[in-house]
Design a protein. Sequence first.
Length: 154
Amino acid sequence: MEIKLIRATAGDVLLLHDVQTRAFQPLLEKYLDYETNPANEPINRLFEKIQYSSFFKIVVDQKCVGGIRIVRKNTSYWISPIFVLPEYQGKGIAQQAIEQVEQSFTNYNTWELHTILEEKGNCYLYEKLGYERTDFEQIVNDKMTLIGYKKTKQ
């Protein structure tokens, strides 16, 4: 399955807000993290992210099935967030999206992200791509802990 990353524009905010909400809704229902979950993100905040960072639609067969945002922080790139619609998960789409952004963004060698410790599939994906766990750990609530991952490319 070939995916394309297409830079999001202000005109994509409604579409991306819908896809992001649908992608993160199952996690919101599972972990009840109302303050941090992107399914609860106001549309105006997503609009700002699209305007002021590198935000891409993840497209499969001309359909937007997810998104990925890249942010520069100091001398690192951060993936925050990446999301794929539930019906498209488990098909290698997120892996391909991450590989594509890593090949496209080359000014820095370090990549970082946060993910949910309890989501073993997410942790497996990042580890498979060469990310290593960091010391970052934040307990969000009694159901969920955020952890950090980092990858330094040679």
